[in-house]
Design a protein around this ligand. Structure first.
Ligand SMILES: NC(=O)c1ccc[n+]([C@@H]2O[C@H](COP(=O)([O-])OP(=O)(O)OC[C@H]3O[C@@H](n4cnc5c(N)ncnc54)[C@H](OP(=O)(O)O)[C@@H]3O)[C@@H](O)[C@H]2O)c1
Length: 349
């Protein structure tokens, strides 16, 4: 077993809406069903930014160590046999409810919120391994259960949007990819090989969406932008279509017309990973984990562009906000300066 030091560096939030502080804190201890993970890399997710501002669904008691997701190695565990079985494994973790997040040298996660991945994969490959991959797998499960023949994906150039496109392509389900900028369309063509891409501010956007969704029979949309655009997309999908709203990037309420809801039998619903997870039992979840870990290199791969030292969180967030579609930003206590992360699109599908 690795030696665990008494204290560690961590990014701690002391007040919602205020910048976090980089401090020395005690290394946390895992509870009965928890694991202690030596964190190597952790991505900045939109949910982390919302959480810091105090906007996320669940506020935690403060002070709290930030960082909802990350990858590392399990160095200790509580007495629960499954938690103990993970010691020594490379894992991707989600720190959903706990106080000891991944923007630190060590984090504590529930063992059931850790996905083991192969030893020959890098920590970077597993860094965004839980929230987006699991959401995408469960979104795709909906497509299969409902027997939709094609999917509308907005915003398609996000990390999740790219995974959703790939899992559909892998299963021969066509995807209409929606982006807001031409550069994003170029990226998706070059890096993912997307065939159908529509840009929201182009004059023919609605007409093109209507024709394409009719032709492909795209009756389900997954949308993290929300706002009035969600209603525009639903309006231009076939009768009976359902829009699943899974994010609020526009910071505006999603809208749909009464005409579409009443006469066109269209629906607008929410999708939240936490709620979806309540519908599957532990055995099914562990089966999903066994499938997901090995897919971090292709179908469920995430593109990263830079790795920042943890203490440079301010610079990292500013860069991330300007370059979201280009790839994720990682934080780490294992680097002292900003590092570029090369991307190999040929390693994808
Ligand atoms: N409900 C759930 O269970 C669940 C689970 C996982 C993720 N999510 C949500 O999924 C979304 C995507 O996450 P991610 O990690 O894939 O994000 P990401 O990789 O950081 O990408 C964010 C994307 O959103 C685009 N964007 C931002 N604001 C926008 C706006 N107002 N209109 C149109 N596009 C906008 C960005 O485009 P630009 O480059 O043009 O800014 C970028 O392409 C987030 O909202 C996240 O909270 C929800």
């Amino acid at each position: 077993m690795q030696t665990i030091p008494p204290t560690m560096k961590a990014l701690v939030l002391e007040k919602y809406g205020a910048p976090p502080i980089y401090v020395d804190v005690p290394v946390p201890r895992p509870g009965h069903s928890e694991i202690l993970v030596k964190v190597i890399v952790s991505p900045i997710n939109p949910a982390d930014l919302s959480f810091m501002k105090g906007y996320y669904s669940s506020q935690k008691k403060i002070p709290v160590t930030l960082g909802s997701e990350g990858a590392g190695i399990v160095v200790d565990a509580g007495a629960d046999p499954y938690a103990m079985s993970l010691i020594g494994k490379k894992v991707s973790i989600l720190v959903e409810k706990g106080q000891h997040g991944c923007f630190a040298e060590y984090a504590v996660a529930e063992a059931i919120q850790a996905i083991p991945f192969p030893d020959n994969y890098s920590f970077e490959e597993g860094a965004s391994g839980l929230v987006n991959p699991l959401s995408v797998v469960l979104m795709f499960k909906k497509v299969q259960e409902r027997e939709d023949r094609a999917v509308v994906n907005n915003p398609a150039a996000s990390a999740l949007g790219r995974m959703l496109y790939r899992i559909c392509k892998h299963n021969n389900i066509p995807v209409i990819n929606i982006v807001r900028r031409k550069e994003q369309a170029n990226l998706l063509r070059a890096e993912e090989g997307c065939e159908h891409i529509l840009i929201t501010d182009e004059p023919n956007f609605e007409e093109d969406l209507r024709n394409l969704s009719e032709k492909l029979d795209a009756t389900i949309s997954f949308d993290a932008v929300g706002g009035p655009l969600a209603g525009v997309i639903l309006k231009n999908m076939p009768d009976g279509s359902t829009a699943y709203i899974y994010g609020n990037l526009s910071m505006k309420n999603s809208e749909a017309s009464q005409f579409d809801l009443i006469f066109k039998k269209k629906k607008i619903k929410g999708f939240w990973l936490s709620t979806q997870l309540k519908r599957i039992d532990r055995k099914q979840l562990l089966e999903l984990y066994a499938q997901i870990g090995p897919m971090y290199r292709d179908v469920l791969a995430t593109k990263y562009i830079k790795k920042y030292p943890l203490f440079q969180i301010g610079d990292a967030v500013r860069f991330y906000l300007k370059h979201m579609s280009e790839g994720k930003i990682l934080l780490s206590t294992h680097v002292n300066k900003v590092e570029e992360i090369p991307y190999a699109p040929q390693a994808r599908l």
